[in-house]
Design a protein around this ligand. Structure first.
Ligand SMILES: C[S@@+](CC[C@H](N)C(=O)[O-])C[C@H]1O[C@@H](n2cnc3c(N)ncnc32)[C@H](O)[C@@H]1O
Length: 266
């Protein structure tokens, strides 16, 4: 998880989140909307906008039960639960992020629809055929064992279920600029090429509905060095500007690519 872990304890993260929410002019005691928190809790490339686009593509329905793997602070889970009304289970390795996710679920009044579980993506604590959809954004980049990861996702999906994701993948040259948001040093980064990702997904039994490279679209949509605001990932990620700058440069130079996909279980 190097690069992703916060230097702050759960209590510190919670205090920093509450201070940032107040500094942004919001009152945490009066109910927050998931959109208001969007700059803070969508911990992936493209932020809230990228989650909204994936939501459109994934075709998740209100009656679906959804699993968000590597859920972080559960921003995407709150978007899903509030926009669609579906029930979401969050699976997150870091107990500190789990605690912050539970706090934010409560402050947005979505704790009835979202359950947070601490655990590993490589050993999902759910029975076979539990979910209609699995959601995953910027998580596989830290997981070397893609075969087990995709086999686990396939196992917990119901027949016909969908896996919607976005990830960084390896580009044409080795990644040269560190730290990156997901890796302090090369050994922490577990990127495979888009072709390899597709082929492991196919070997796991998944059928592609959509698989696209959104690198250029992302670069043209987002400006370098976005304006600082009280609500930002910097509340819990250290050296954010340097990490984000390195990711952008790596993307511009083709060392990494951003992909997203929707795959279906037979
Ligand atoms: C970049 S963050 C993305 C968080 C969230 N998906 C989002 O987009 O807001 C990656 C998250 O994946 C979690 N993670 C990494 N490896 C994991 C694993 N093997 N099992 C469960 N969670 C993992 C990290 O703790 C971190 O919270």
């Amino acid at each position: 998880m190097a690069g992703l872990e916060s230097h702050y304890s759960a209590r510190d993260i919670e205090a920093r989140i509450l201070a940032a929410v107040r500094a942004a002019g919001l009152n945490p005691e009066q109910g927050l909307s998931p959109e208001e928190l969007g700059a803070l809790d969508h911990f992936h490339t493209g932020g809230l906008g990228a989650s909204r686009e994936l939501l459109e593509l994934a075709q998740i329905r209100a009656e679906d039960r959804v699993l968000d793997i590597g859920a972080g602070l559960a921003g995407p889970a709150r978007l899903l639960a509030s926009a669609l009304g579906c029930r979401v289970d969050c699976l997150e390795m870091s107990s500190d992020y789990c605690a912050a996710a539970v706090l934010l679920n409560r402050l947005t009044g979505l704790d009835e629809r979202i359950e947070v579980h601490q655990g590993s993506a490589l050993k999902l604590p759910f029975p076979n055929f539990s979910f209609d959809a699995v959601w995953m954004q910027n998580v596989g980049m830290n997981i070397a064992d893609k075969q087990t990861l995709y086999a686990e996702i396939y196992r917990v999906l119901k027949p016909g279920g969908r896996f919607a994701f976005q990830e960084m993948v390896a580009g044409e040259a080795a990644t040269a600029y560190f730290p990156l948001p997901w890796a302090t040093e090369p050994a922490d980064s577990c990127l495979v090429s888009a072709e390899e990702m597709r082929s492991v997904l196919a070997e796991s039994g998944f059928i592609p509905e959509l698989f696209e490279d959104t690198s250029d679209a992302h670069l043209s949509k987002t400006a370098a060095g976005a304006a600082a605001s009280a609500l930002s990932l910097a509340v819990f990620v250290d050296n954010l500007a340097e990490k984000a700058g390195n990711a952008r440069r790596s993307l511009q130079e083709g060392q990494i690519r951003l992909v997203r996909g929707v795959f279906r279980v037979k």
